[in-house]
Design a protein around this ligand. Structure first.
Ligand SMILES: *[C@@H]1O[C@H](CO)[C@@H](O)[C@H](O)[C@H]1NC(C)=O
Ligand SMILES: *[C@@H]1O[C@H](CO)[C@@H](O)[C@H](O)[C@H]1NC(C)=O
Ligand SMILES: *[C@@H]1O[C@H](CO)[C@@H](O)[C@H](O)[C@H]1NC(C)=O
Ligand SMILES: *[C@@H]1O[C@H](CO)[C@@H](O)[C@H](O)[C@H]1NC(C)=O
Ligand SMILES: *[C@@H]1O[C@H](CO)[C@@H](O)[C@H](O)[C@H]1NC(C)=O
Ligand SMILES: *[C@@H]1O[C@H](CO)[C@@H](O)[C@H](O)[C@H]1NC(C)=O
Ligand SMILES: *[C@@H]1O[C@H](CO)[C@@H](O)[C@H](O)[C@H]1NC(C)=O
Length: 473
Protein backbone atom coordinates (compact mmCIF):
# COMPACT_ATOMS: atom_id res chain seq x y z
CA UNK A 1 0.00 0.00 0.00
CA UNK A 2 1.43 3.37 -0.95
CA UNK A 3 1.56 5.40 2.24
CA UNK A 4 2.10 8.80 0.72
CA UNK A 5 -1.10 9.76 -1.06
CA UNK A 6 -3.49 10.26 1.89
CA UNK A 7 -1.01 12.52 3.61
CA UNK A 8 -0.71 15.11 0.87
CA UNK A 9 -0.18 18.51 2.28
CA UNK A 10 -1.93 20.57 3.34
CA UNK A 11 -3.86 17.83 5.08
CA UNK A 12 -7.48 17.64 4.09
CA UNK A 13 -8.79 18.24 7.56
CA UNK A 14 -6.53 21.23 7.91
CA UNK A 15 -7.68 22.72 4.63
CA UNK A 16 -11.23 22.32 5.87
CA UNK A 17 -10.40 23.88 9.19
CA UNK A 18 -8.66 26.84 7.62
CA UNK A 19 -11.61 27.36 5.33
CA UNK A 20 -13.85 27.95 8.33
CA UNK A 21 -12.01 31.13 9.14
CA UNK A 22 -14.10 31.97 12.20
CA UNK A 23 -12.09 29.29 14.02
CA UNK A 24 -8.90 31.23 13.46
CA UNK A 25 -7.56 34.01 15.64
CA UNK A 26 -6.91 37.36 14.00
CA UNK A 27 -3.79 36.98 11.90
CA UNK A 28 -0.61 38.40 13.36
CA UNK A 29 2.43 39.41 11.39
CA UNK A 30 5.39 37.03 11.50
CA UNK A 31 7.19 37.64 14.77
CA UNK A 32 10.44 35.68 14.42
CA UNK A 33 13.25 36.55 12.04
CA UNK A 34 16.05 34.08 11.32
CA UNK A 35 17.92 35.73 8.47
CA UNK A 36 21.23 36.34 10.27
CA UNK A 37 23.02 34.60 13.15
CA UNK A 38 22.12 37.53 15.38
CA UNK A 39 18.43 37.24 14.44
CA UNK A 40 18.60 33.49 15.06
CA UNK A 41 20.04 34.07 18.55
CA UNK A 42 17.40 36.69 19.34
CA UNK A 43 14.59 34.45 18.16
CA UNK A 44 15.96 31.44 20.02
CA UNK A 45 16.17 33.53 23.18
CA UNK A 46 12.49 34.42 23.02
CA UNK A 47 11.49 30.87 22.09
CA UNK A 48 13.51 29.54 25.06
CA UNK A 49 11.78 32.03 27.36
CA UNK A 50 8.33 31.07 26.12
CA UNK A 51 9.03 27.32 26.42
CA UNK A 52 10.15 27.77 30.02
CA UNK A 53 6.67 29.10 30.84
CA UNK A 54 5.37 25.51 30.45
CA UNK A 55 7.87 24.27 33.05
CA UNK A 56 6.85 24.44 36.69
CA UNK A 57 9.76 22.39 38.05
CA UNK A 58 11.60 25.29 39.65
CA UNK A 59 8.61 26.63 41.56
CA UNK A 60 8.17 25.75 45.20
CA UNK A 61 6.29 22.50 45.79
CA UNK A 62 6.89 21.30 42.22
CA UNK A 63 9.21 18.51 41.05
CA UNK A 64 12.39 19.61 39.21
CA UNK A 65 13.06 18.07 35.80
CA UNK A 66 9.57 17.25 34.59
CA UNK A 67 6.88 18.93 32.55
CA UNK A 68 3.40 18.88 34.09
CA UNK A 69 2.20 15.27 34.19
CA UNK A 70 1.86 12.39 33.87
CA UNK A 71 -1.54 12.33 32.17
CA UNK A 72 -2.35 8.99 33.84
CA UNK A 73 -2.33 10.78 37.21
CA UNK A 74 -4.24 13.75 35.76
CA UNK A 75 -1.34 16.06 36.57
CA UNK A 76 -0.79 17.39 33.06
CA UNK A 77 -0.17 16.43 29.44
CA UNK A 78 3.38 15.12 29.60
CA UNK A 79 5.11 11.85 30.48
CA UNK A 80 8.34 11.73 32.48
CA UNK A 81 10.63 11.22 29.52
CA UNK A 82 9.66 14.48 27.84
CA UNK A 83 11.20 16.46 30.69
CA UNK A 84 14.49 14.73 29.88
CA UNK A 85 14.06 15.60 26.22
CA UNK A 86 13.39 19.22 27.16
CA UNK A 87 16.58 19.32 29.26
CA UNK A 88 18.48 18.12 26.19
CA UNK A 89 16.88 20.86 24.10
CA UNK A 90 18.16 23.49 26.56
CA UNK A 91 21.63 21.86 26.66
CA UNK A 92 21.78 22.37 22.90
CA UNK A 93 20.29 25.85 23.21
CA UNK A 94 23.08 26.92 25.57
CA UNK A 95 25.75 25.20 23.45
CA UNK A 96 24.61 26.87 20.23
CA UNK A 97 23.73 30.36 21.49
CA UNK A 98 25.94 30.80 24.56
CA UNK A 99 22.97 31.94 26.67
CA UNK A 100 23.48 30.52 30.18
CA UNK A 101 20.10 31.72 31.54
CA UNK A 102 18.62 28.23 31.95
CA UNK A 103 21.71 26.23 32.90
CA UNK A 104 20.82 26.15 36.58
CA UNK A 105 17.30 24.91 35.80
CA UNK A 106 18.77 22.17 33.60
CA UNK A 107 21.39 21.04 36.11
CA UNK A 108 18.84 20.95 38.90
CA UNK A 109 16.31 19.02 36.82
CA UNK A 110 18.83 16.57 35.36
CA UNK A 111 20.19 15.77 38.83
CA UNK A 112 16.83 15.57 40.58
CA UNK A 113 15.62 12.79 38.28
CA UNK A 114 18.63 10.43 38.48
CA UNK A 115 16.88 8.12 41.00
CA UNK A 116 18.37 6.26 43.96
CA UNK A 117 21.07 4.48 41.92
CA UNK A 118 22.10 7.39 39.65
CA UNK A 119 20.84 5.63 36.52
CA UNK A 120 17.60 7.45 35.60
CA UNK A 121 15.20 4.90 37.05
CA UNK A 122 13.41 6.92 39.72
CA UNK A 123 10.76 4.94 41.60
CA UNK A 124 8.17 7.67 41.04
CA UNK A 125 8.07 6.85 37.36
CA UNK A 126 8.12 3.06 37.45
CA UNK A 127 4.70 2.97 35.79
CA UNK A 128 6.03 4.52 32.58
CA UNK A 129 9.59 3.25 32.78
CA UNK A 130 10.44 2.00 29.33
CA UNK A 131 13.99 1.53 28.10
CA UNK A 132 13.23 4.45 25.79
CA UNK A 133 12.12 6.71 28.67
CA UNK A 134 15.30 5.95 30.60
CA UNK A 135 17.22 6.26 27.34
CA UNK A 136 16.02 9.80 26.65
CA UNK A 137 17.40 11.00 29.98
CA UNK A 138 20.62 9.08 29.30
CA UNK A 139 20.99 10.72 25.89
CA UNK A 140 20.56 14.17 27.44
CA UNK A 141 23.34 13.32 29.93
CA UNK A 142 25.50 12.15 27.00
CA UNK A 143 24.77 15.42 25.21
CA UNK A 144 25.88 17.35 28.29
CA UNK A 145 29.22 15.50 28.13
CA UNK A 146 29.57 16.03 24.35
CA UNK A 147 28.69 19.73 24.57
CA UNK A 148 30.91 20.32 27.60
CA UNK A 149 27.97 21.54 29.61
CA UNK A 150 29.23 22.74 33.03
CA UNK A 151 29.91 19.79 35.35
CA UNK A 152 27.70 19.09 38.38
CA UNK A 153 29.25 19.56 41.85
CA UNK A 154 31.88 16.87 42.52
CA UNK A 155 29.76 15.02 45.05
CA UNK A 156 26.98 14.53 42.47
CA UNK A 157 26.83 12.05 39.56
CA UNK A 158 28.67 13.33 36.49
CA UNK A 159 27.18 13.58 32.96
CA UNK A 160 29.32 10.93 31.28
CA UNK A 161 28.91 8.53 34.21
CA UNK A 162 25.12 8.99 34.07
CA UNK A 163 25.06 8.16 30.35
CA UNK A 164 27.22 5.10 31.07
CA UNK A 165 24.94 4.04 33.93
CA UNK A 166 21.91 4.09 31.62
CA UNK A 167 23.76 2.14 28.96
CA UNK A 168 25.20 -0.40 31.39
CA UNK A 169 21.82 -1.14 33.00
CA UNK A 170 20.41 -1.68 29.49
CA UNK A 171 23.30 -3.95 28.53
CA UNK A 172 22.89 -6.04 31.70
CA UNK A 173 21.77 -9.68 31.24
CA UNK A 174 18.40 -9.09 32.94
CA UNK A 175 17.31 -6.84 30.04
CA UNK A 176 18.12 -9.42 27.35
CA UNK A 177 16.56 -12.71 26.24
CA UNK A 178 16.42 -14.84 23.12
CA UNK A 179 12.85 -14.10 22.05
CA UNK A 180 12.89 -12.68 18.50
CA UNK A 181 16.59 -13.52 18.32
CA UNK A 182 17.58 -10.58 20.57
CA UNK A 183 16.67 -6.95 21.12
CA UNK A 184 15.45 -5.00 24.12
CA UNK A 185 11.89 -5.04 25.28
CA UNK A 186 9.98 -1.78 25.41
CA UNK A 187 9.16 -1.72 29.14
CA UNK A 188 11.59 -2.43 31.96
CA UNK A 189 9.31 -3.67 34.81
CA UNK A 190 7.88 -7.10 33.97
CA UNK A 191 4.36 -6.12 34.99
CA UNK A 192 4.12 -3.03 32.80
CA UNK A 193 1.90 -3.33 29.76
CA UNK A 194 4.29 -3.38 26.82
CA UNK A 195 6.82 -5.74 28.41
CA UNK A 196 5.99 -8.18 25.60
CA UNK A 197 6.68 -5.58 22.88
CA UNK A 198 10.16 -5.26 21.39
CA UNK A 199 10.17 -1.91 19.70
CA UNK A 200 12.45 0.26 17.66
CA UNK A 201 12.56 3.24 19.99
CA UNK A 202 13.87 1.24 22.98
CA UNK A 203 16.54 -0.34 20.82
CA UNK A 204 17.34 2.85 18.93
CA UNK A 205 18.00 4.77 22.18
CA UNK A 206 20.31 1.97 23.39
CA UNK A 207 22.06 1.83 20.01
CA UNK A 208 22.43 5.62 19.82
CA UNK A 209 23.90 5.83 23.29
CA UNK A 210 26.30 2.97 22.55
CA UNK A 211 27.53 4.60 19.34
CA UNK A 212 28.13 7.91 21.10
CA UNK A 213 29.86 6.30 24.08
CA UNK A 214 32.08 4.40 21.63
CA UNK A 215 33.17 7.59 19.93
CA UNK A 216 33.58 9.49 23.19
CA UNK A 217 35.44 6.85 25.25
CA UNK A 218 36.93 4.73 22.40
CA UNK A 219 35.97 1.66 24.45
CA UNK A 220 35.23 -1.09 21.90
CA UNK A 221 32.60 -2.73 24.13
CA UNK A 222 30.17 0.09 23.32
CA UNK A 223 30.85 -0.22 19.60
CA UNK A 224 30.26 -3.97 19.70
CA UNK A 225 26.88 -3.50 21.36
CA UNK A 226 25.88 -0.76 18.94
CA UNK A 227 26.82 -2.92 15.96
CA UNK A 228 24.88 -5.90 17.32
CA UNK A 229 21.76 -3.84 18.14
CA UNK A 230 21.63 -2.26 14.70
CA UNK A 231 22.05 -5.64 13.03
CA UNK A 232 19.17 -7.06 15.05
CA UNK A 233 16.79 -4.26 14.04
CA UNK A 234 17.82 -4.81 10.43
CA UNK A 235 17.44 -8.61 10.65
CA UNK A 236 13.92 -8.48 12.12
CA UNK A 237 13.13 -5.85 9.47
CA UNK A 238 12.12 -3.05 11.79
CA UNK A 239 14.53 -1.30 9.43
CA UNK A 240 13.15 -2.12 6.00
CA UNK A 241 15.92 -3.81 4.02
CA UNK A 242 14.56 -2.45 0.73
CA UNK A 243 13.84 1.20 1.31
CA UNK A 244 15.21 2.13 4.78
CA UNK A 245 11.79 2.88 6.20
CA UNK A 246 11.83 2.38 9.97
CA UNK A 247 8.82 0.69 11.60
CA UNK A 248 7.58 0.72 15.17
CA UNK A 249 8.05 -2.82 16.55
CA UNK A 250 6.55 -6.27 17.14
CA UNK A 251 5.45 -8.62 19.91
CA UNK A 252 7.40 -11.55 21.29
CA UNK A 253 4.24 -13.70 21.04
CA UNK A 254 4.68 -13.43 17.26
CA UNK A 255 8.46 -13.66 17.30
CA UNK A 256 8.37 -9.95 16.38
CA UNK A 257 6.96 -10.63 12.92
CA UNK A 258 3.66 -8.77 13.58
CA UNK A 259 5.37 -5.54 12.69
CA UNK A 260 3.41 -2.36 13.36
CA UNK A 261 4.32 -0.38 10.24
CA UNK A 262 3.82 3.07 11.77
CA UNK A 263 6.84 5.20 10.85
CA UNK A 264 7.71 7.73 13.51
CA UNK A 265 10.35 10.29 12.61
CA UNK A 266 12.28 10.00 15.86
CA UNK A 267 13.00 6.29 15.33
CA UNK A 268 14.65 6.88 11.98
CA UNK A 269 16.47 10.01 13.16
CA UNK A 270 17.95 8.25 16.22
CA UNK A 271 19.22 5.41 14.03
CA UNK A 272 20.68 7.89 11.57
CA UNK A 273 22.45 9.88 14.26
CA UNK A 274 23.86 6.73 15.90
CA UNK A 275 25.02 5.46 12.50
CA UNK A 276 26.77 8.78 11.88
CA UNK A 277 28.62 8.44 15.19
CA UNK A 278 29.64 4.88 14.22
CA UNK A 279 30.73 6.19 10.82
CA UNK A 280 32.91 8.70 12.61
CA UNK A 281 34.18 6.20 15.18
CA UNK A 282 35.19 3.76 12.43
CA UNK A 283 37.06 6.51 10.57
CA UNK A 284 34.52 6.54 7.76
CA UNK A 285 33.83 2.82 7.14
CA UNK A 286 31.83 1.76 4.09
CA UNK A 287 29.44 -0.25 6.27
CA UNK A 288 28.33 2.74 8.33
CA UNK A 289 28.46 5.13 5.40
CA UNK A 290 25.95 2.89 3.61
CA UNK A 291 23.65 3.00 6.63
CA UNK A 292 23.96 6.77 6.99
CA UNK A 293 23.19 7.23 3.30
CA UNK A 294 20.22 4.86 3.35
CA UNK A 295 18.62 6.29 6.47
CA UNK A 296 19.22 9.90 5.42
CA UNK A 297 17.62 9.32 2.04
CA UNK A 298 14.64 7.68 3.75
CA UNK A 299 14.21 10.49 6.27
CA UNK A 300 14.37 13.28 3.70
CA UNK A 301 11.90 11.36 1.55
CA UNK A 302 9.37 10.46 4.26
CA UNK A 303 9.52 13.20 6.90
CA UNK A 304 10.33 16.35 4.94
CA UNK A 305 7.73 16.89 2.29
CA UNK A 306 8.81 19.98 0.35
CA UNK A 307 11.74 20.16 2.81
CA UNK A 308 9.44 20.91 5.77
CA UNK A 309 9.30 18.55 8.75
CA UNK A 310 6.15 16.43 8.67
CA UNK A 311 5.15 13.76 11.22
CA UNK A 312 3.97 11.15 8.77
CA UNK A 313 1.88 8.73 10.87
CA UNK A 314 -0.35 11.32 12.51
CA UNK A 315 -0.02 14.82 11.09
CA UNK A 316 -2.57 14.34 8.33
CA UNK A 317 -5.44 13.64 10.72
CA UNK A 318 -6.80 16.13 13.23
CA UNK A 319 -6.14 15.12 16.81
CA UNK A 320 -4.16 12.01 15.84
CA UNK A 321 -0.80 13.20 17.16
CA UNK A 322 -0.33 12.46 20.87
CA UNK A 323 1.59 14.75 23.21
CA UNK A 324 4.64 12.49 22.63
CA UNK A 325 4.44 12.73 18.85
CA UNK A 326 3.95 16.49 18.97
CA UNK A 327 7.55 16.82 20.15
CA UNK A 328 9.33 14.68 17.52
CA UNK A 329 10.13 17.38 14.95
CA UNK A 330 12.50 19.13 17.33
CA UNK A 331 14.56 15.99 17.94
CA UNK A 332 14.79 15.35 14.21
CA UNK A 333 16.20 18.85 13.65
CA UNK A 334 18.68 18.59 16.52
CA UNK A 335 19.91 15.10 15.65
CA UNK A 336 20.26 15.77 11.93
CA UNK A 337 22.30 18.88 12.61
CA UNK A 338 24.77 16.73 14.60
CA UNK A 339 24.90 14.20 11.76
CA UNK A 340 26.20 17.06 9.62
CA UNK A 341 29.06 17.48 12.15
CA UNK A 342 30.19 13.88 12.64
CA UNK A 343 29.60 12.83 9.02
CA UNK A 344 30.53 16.16 7.40
CA UNK A 345 30.00 14.89 3.87
CA UNK A 346 26.23 14.95 4.59
CA UNK A 347 26.13 18.65 5.52
CA UNK A 348 25.31 19.89 2.00
CA UNK A 349 22.34 17.57 1.89
CA UNK A 350 21.06 18.20 5.42
CA UNK A 351 21.58 21.86 6.27
CA UNK A 352 19.57 23.48 3.44
CA UNK A 353 16.59 21.26 4.33
CA UNK A 354 16.82 22.17 8.02
CA UNK A 355 16.81 25.84 7.04
CA UNK A 356 13.74 25.60 4.82
CA UNK A 357 11.99 23.63 7.54
CA UNK A 358 12.92 26.14 10.26
CA UNK A 359 11.65 29.00 8.09
CA UNK A 360 8.30 27.24 7.83
CA UNK A 361 8.36 26.56 11.57
CA UNK A 362 8.67 30.21 12.58
CA UNK A 363 6.23 31.39 9.95
CA UNK A 364 3.31 29.81 11.83
CA UNK A 365 4.36 31.15 15.27
CA UNK A 366 1.75 33.90 15.29
CA UNK A 367 -0.72 32.61 17.87
CA UNK A 368 -1.94 33.50 21.32
CA UNK A 369 -2.08 36.86 23.03
CA UNK A 370 1.61 37.46 22.39
CA UNK A 371 1.13 36.89 18.67
CA UNK A 372 4.15 34.54 18.71
CA UNK A 373 2.86 31.21 20.04
CA UNK A 374 3.87 28.22 17.96
CA UNK A 375 1.71 25.37 16.73
CA UNK A 376 2.54 22.04 15.14
CA UNK A 377 1.44 22.42 11.50
CA UNK A 378 4.49 23.97 9.94
CA UNK A 379 3.65 23.31 6.31
CA UNK A 380 0.31 25.11 6.56
CA UNK A 381 2.09 28.41 7.23
CA UNK A 382 -0.76 29.34 9.58
CA UNK A 383 -0.97 29.00 13.36
CA UNK A 384 -3.39 26.25 14.39
CA UNK A 385 -4.35 26.40 18.06
CA UNK A 386 -2.61 23.64 20.04
CA UNK A 387 -6.01 22.84 21.58
CA UNK A 388 -6.75 20.99 18.32
CA UNK A 389 -4.44 18.25 19.62
CA UNK A 390 -5.53 18.63 23.26
CA UNK A 391 -2.20 19.78 24.66
CA UNK A 392 -0.96 22.96 26.24
CA UNK A 393 1.72 23.25 23.54
CA UNK A 394 5.08 22.48 25.19
CA UNK A 395 6.12 19.98 22.49
CA UNK A 396 5.11 22.41 19.77
CA UNK A 397 7.20 25.18 21.41
CA UNK A 398 10.17 22.85 21.94
CA UNK A 399 10.18 21.85 18.26
CA UNK A 400 10.55 25.41 17.05
CA UNK A 401 13.20 26.30 19.64
CA UNK A 402 15.17 23.24 18.47
CA UNK A 403 14.76 24.04 14.78
CA UNK A 404 15.85 27.66 15.23
CA UNK A 405 18.83 27.06 17.54
CA UNK A 406 20.10 24.19 15.38
CA UNK A 407 20.62 26.70 12.55
CA UNK A 408 23.73 27.78 14.46
CA UNK A 409 25.37 24.33 14.15
CA UNK A 410 27.83 25.60 11.53
CA UNK A 411 29.66 27.72 14.05
CA UNK A 412 29.63 25.14 16.85
CA UNK A 413 32.48 22.72 17.63
CA UNK A 414 31.86 19.01 17.01
CA UNK A 415 30.74 16.81 19.93
CA UNK A 416 33.60 16.35 22.40
CA UNK A 417 35.44 13.08 23.07
CA UNK A 418 37.57 11.99 26.01
CA UNK A 419 40.39 13.95 24.39
CA UNK A 420 38.58 17.29 24.34
CA UNK A 421 35.82 16.77 26.92
CA UNK A 422 35.60 17.71 30.60
CA UNK A 423 33.13 15.17 32.02
CA UNK A 424 34.30 12.35 34.27
CA UNK A 425 33.14 8.85 33.39
CA UNK A 426 32.81 5.67 35.42
CA UNK A 427 33.26 2.27 33.74
CA UNK A 428 31.40 0.73 36.70
CA UNK A 429 28.43 3.11 36.58
CA UNK A 430 25.10 1.32 36.85
CA UNK A 431 26.62 -1.97 37.92
CA UNK A 432 25.30 -1.53 41.43
CA UNK A 433 21.78 -0.67 40.27
CA UNK A 434 19.01 -2.80 41.62
CA UNK A 435 17.86 -5.61 39.36
CA UNK A 436 15.14 -3.61 37.74
CA UNK A 437 13.03 -6.41 36.36
CA UNK A 438 12.76 -8.20 39.70
CA UNK A 439 13.23 -5.75 42.52
CA UNK A 440 11.03 -2.83 41.51
CA UNK A 441 8.03 -2.45 43.75
CA UNK A 442 4.99 -4.27 42.41
CA UNK A 443 2.88 -1.68 40.71
CA UNK A 444 -0.84 -1.22 40.88
CA UNK A 445 -3.37 -1.99 38.20
CA UNK A 446 -3.98 1.70 37.68
CA UNK A 447 -0.28 2.25 37.01
CA UNK A 448 -0.25 -0.58 34.54
CA UNK A 449 -3.20 0.81 32.66
CA UNK A 450 -1.27 4.04 32.40
CA UNK A 451 1.82 2.52 30.88
CA UNK A 452 -0.21 0.78 28.23
CA UNK A 453 -1.58 3.96 26.81
CA UNK A 454 1.12 4.64 24.31
CA UNK A 455 0.77 1.19 22.76
CA UNK A 456 -2.98 1.54 22.55
CA UNK A 457 -2.67 4.93 20.97
CA UNK A 458 -0.13 3.66 18.47
CA UNK A 459 -2.16 0.60 17.57
CA UNK A 460 -5.40 2.57 17.63
CA UNK A 461 -3.81 5.24 15.48
CA UNK A 462 -2.66 2.58 13.07
CA UNK A 463 -6.09 1.04 12.73
CA UNK A 464 -7.57 4.53 12.57
CA UNK A 465 -5.20 5.43 9.78
CA UNK A 466 -6.24 2.61 7.53
CA UNK A 467 -9.89 3.14 8.45
CA UNK A 468 -9.59 6.78 7.56
CA UNK A 469 -7.82 5.94 4.34
CA UNK A 470 -10.55 3.62 3.21
CA UNK A 471 -13.15 6.25 4.03
CA UNK A 472 -11.24 8.84 2.05
CA UNK A 473 -10.68 6.58 -0.95
C1 LIG B 1 12.67 29.50 37.37
O1 LIG B 1 13.59 29.66 36.31
C2 LIG B 1 13.35 30.80 35.51
C3 LIG B 1 14.31 30.76 34.37
O2 LIG B 1 15.63 30.73 34.81
C4 LIG B 1 13.50 32.06 36.35
O3 LIG B 1 13.21 33.18 35.58
C5 LIG B 1 12.52 31.98 37.52
O4 LIG B 1 12.73 33.07 38.34
C6 LIG B 1 12.74 30.69 38.28
N1 LIG B 1 11.73 30.59 39.32
C7 LIG B 1 12.02 30.27 40.59
C8 LIG B 1 10.88 30.22 41.53
O5 LIG B 1 13.15 30.02 40.93
C1 LIG C 1 8.77 11.83 43.59
O1 LIG C 1 7.51 12.34 43.97
C2 LIG C 1 7.54 13.15 45.14
C3 LIG C 1 6.10 13.52 45.47
O2 LIG C 1 5.49 14.12 44.37
C4 LIG C 1 8.40 14.38 44.92
O3 LIG C 1 8.50 15.14 46.07
C5 LIG C 1 9.80 13.93 44.49
O4 LIG C 1 10.57 15.05 44.16
C6 LIG C 1 9.71 13.00 43.31
N1 LIG C 1 11.03 12.52 42.94
C7 LIG C 1 11.44 12.51 41.71
C8 LIG C 1 12.81 11.94 41.47
O5 LIG C 1 10.77 12.93 40.79
C1 LIG D 1 12.39 -15.78 15.55
O1 LIG D 1 13.02 -14.66 14.96
C2 LIG D 1 14.42 -14.73 14.93
C3 LIG D 1 14.94 -13.39 14.42
O2 LIG D 1 14.34 -13.05 13.22
C4 LIG D 1 14.87 -15.90 14.09
O3 LIG D 1 16.28 -15.99 14.09
C5 LIG D 1 14.27 -17.18 14.63
O4 LIG D 1 14.60 -18.26 13.79
C6 LIG D 1 12.77 -17.04 14.76
N1 LIG D 1 12.25 -18.21 15.47
C7 LIG D 1 11.23 -18.91 15.04
C8 LIG D 1 10.80 -20.06 15.89
O5 LIG D 1 10.66 -18.63 14.00
C1 LIG E 1 40.69 5.32 13.55
O1 LIG E 1 41.95 5.89 13.27
C2 LIG E 1 42.76 6.08 14.44
C3 LIG E 1 44.00 6.87 14.01
O2 LIG E 1 44.57 6.25 12.91
C4 LIG E 1 43.08 4.72 15.04
O3 LIG E 1 43.86 4.88 16.21
C5 LIG E 1 41.79 4.03 15.41
O4 LIG E 1 42.05 2.73 15.89
C6 LIG E 1 40.86 3.93 14.21
N1 LIG E 1 39.56 3.47 14.68
C7 LIG E 1 38.96 2.40 14.19
C8 LIG E 1 37.68 2.00 14.84
O5 LIG E 1 39.41 1.76 13.26
C1 LIG F 1 34.60 12.84 12.51
O1 LIG F 1 34.14 14.03 13.15
C2 LIG F 1 35.10 15.07 13.13
C3 LIG F 1 34.51 16.20 13.93
O2 LIG F 1 33.40 16.75 13.32
C4 LIG F 1 35.39 15.45 11.70
O3 LIG F 1 36.38 16.47 11.67
C5 LIG F 1 35.89 14.23 10.94
O4 LIG F 1 36.08 14.57 9.57
C6 LIG F 1 34.88 13.11 11.05
N1 LIG F 1 35.38 11.91 10.43
C7 LIG F 1 34.94 11.48 9.26
C8 LIG F 1 35.50 10.18 8.78
O5 LIG F 1 34.11 12.08 8.58
C1 LIG G 1 40.94 8.52 25.64
O1 LIG G 1 40.75 7.13 25.55
C2 LIG G 1 41.80 6.45 24.84
C3 LIG G 1 41.40 5.00 24.73
O2 LIG G 1 41.05 4.48 25.97
C4 LIG G 1 43.10 6.63 25.61
O3 LIG G 1 44.14 6.02 24.89
C5 LIG G 1 43.39 8.11 25.78
O4 LIG G 1 44.52 8.28 26.60
C6 LIG G 1 42.21 8.82 26.41
N1 LIG G 1 42.46 10.25 26.39
C7 LIG G 1 42.36 10.99 27.48
C8 LIG G 1 42.69 12.43 27.31
O5 LIG G 1 42.01 10.52 28.54
C1 LIG H 1 34.86 -0.75 28.55
O1 LIG H 1 33.49 -0.75 28.90
C2 LIG H 1 33.08 -1.93 29.55
C3 LIG H 1 31.60 -1.80 29.74
O2 LIG H 1 31.33 -0.66 30.42
C4 LIG H 1 33.81 -2.06 30.87
O3 LIG H 1 33.43 -3.25 31.49
C5 LIG H 1 35.31 -2.07 30.61
O4 LIG H 1 35.99 -2.06 31.82
C6 LIG H 1 35.71 -0.87 29.79
N1 LIG H 1 37.11 -0.97 29.40
C7 LIG H 1 37.96 0.00 29.63
C8 LIG H 1 39.37 -0.23 29.15
O5 LIG H 1 37.66 1.06 30.18
Amino acid sequence: MAPSSPWERPARWLTALLATSSLLPAAHAQYYKIGTPEEIRQSARTLAYDLMLFYKGNQSGETPGILPGPPTEHKGDYYWWEGGAMMGTYIDYWFLTGDTSYNHVVTEGMLHQVGDDADYQPLNHTASLGNDDQGFWGMSAMLAAENKFPNPPEDKPQWLALAQAVFHTQAAPDRHDNTCGGGLRWQIPRLNTGYDYKNTIANACFFNLGARLARYTKNTTYAEWATKQFQWMYDVKYIDNENWKVYDGGHIGHNCTDINPAQFSYNAALLLQGSAFMYNYTNGSDLWKGRVDGLLTGILRDFFENDIAFELPCEGRQGACTADMLSFKGYVHRWLSVVAKVAPYTADKILPVLRTSAEAAVKQCTGGETGRRCGFYWSSGVYVDTAVDKTSGAGEAMNVLAAVSSLLIDQAPPPATNETGISKGDPEAGSRSRGTSTALDPITTADRAGAGILTLVILGGFIGTWGWMSLAD
